[in-house]
Design a protein around this ligand. Structure first.
Ligand SMILES: C[S@@+](CC[C@H](N)C(=O)[O-])C[C@H]1O[C@@H](n2cnc3c(N)ncnc32)[C@H](O)[C@@H]1O
Length: 251
């Protein structure tokens, strides 16, 4: 089925939320970043304003500013109504209320909309859809996926997750994914198999706590890195280095 704007709910998190969700340090923020499924990416706009280097990829970028702006307006009330209905499933500390949530999200999306045309000209917003990535090997240091992988576990298979993450690891030496919960707030059913398969392929997988929890219980990110072979000094990203009996990093 071809993508239409009607199937997309543009809803983007802020720069501060990205920094917290992925535990990004100043060093991380100075690396070449790739955001996969970034949507209305306030993080891209703000990081660029601060002098950072980032490219975002999303099927949403097939549409122009006016179309995305209209779609945000159309979906805003529905999303807010859903949040009200499921309010108890979220932690209201950093973002204290539904109204504050609406303000934070709209202001992040406004930043994106103001930046979108310039960012597209500069090649910072690329149209594309995981599990493929329209970028070359090793063109980034760190690839991020926020609120797409694992969240939509009911729609995306284990194999889709593995293809997407290995492709992100082709483009960047490290990948971080957040959250590890589904839309229902349950741990993703793909988590064990994805961790085990990536570990078998020789990647180093860690589940790490982060200083961000909005979905109740969702304060863990998956961090995947190419193994570093100390004796040769090279990275063995795709070779099968080890076959551990149990997946690393699982609780
Ligand atoms: C819930 S939004 C998350 C947006 C942003 N990452 C954030 O956390 O604020 C999910 C995003 O995934 C995008 N998306 C849908 N299918 C995709 C695919 N196959 N590959 C990459 N992104 C996809 C949607 O267009 C949407 O922007």
């Amino acid at each position: 089925m071809g993508l239409t704007l009607n199937t997309i709910v543009p809803w983007g998190r802020s720069y501060e939320e990205y920094v917290a969700m992925f535990g990004l340090t100043e060093t991380d923020l100075s690396r070449r970043l790739l955001g996969c499924g970034d949507g209305p990416a306030g993080f891209n706009a703000e990081l660029t304003r601060r002098g950072g280097r980032i490219v975002s990829i999303d099927p949403l970028y097939a549409f122009d500013t006016a179309q995305i702006r209209q779609r945000i307006a159309e979906t805003h009330d529905t999303v807010m109504a859903q949040m009200r209905e499921h309010q108890a499933s979220y932690v209201w500390t950093t973002i204290p209320s539904i109204e504050a949530l609406g303000r934070v999200r709209l202001s992040a999306m406004d930043l994106f909309l103001a930046d979108y045309e310039a960012g597209t000209r500069e090649g910072r917003y690329l149209t594309g859809a995981l599990p493929s990535l329209p970028v070359g090997n090793d063109t980034f240091d760190l690839a991020l996926s926020s609120h797409f992988l694992f969240l939509y576990s009911a729609l995306l298979s284990t194999d889709f997750h593995l293809q997407a993450i290995t492709n992100m690891l082709r483009a960047a030496q490290e990948v971080r994914v957040f959250p590890l919960l589904t839309l229902d707030g349950q741990p993703s059913p793909h988590l064990g198999a994805v961790t085990e398969q990536l570990t078998r392929q020789g990647f180093h997988v860690d589940l790490q706590p982060v200083p961000y929890e909005f979905q109740r219980g969702g304060n863990t990110m998956m961090r995947i890195a190419r193994q570093h072979n100390a004796s040769s000094g090279r990275e063995d990203s795709y070779s099968s280095l080890s076959l551990p009996s149990r997946a690393e990093g699982m609780p």
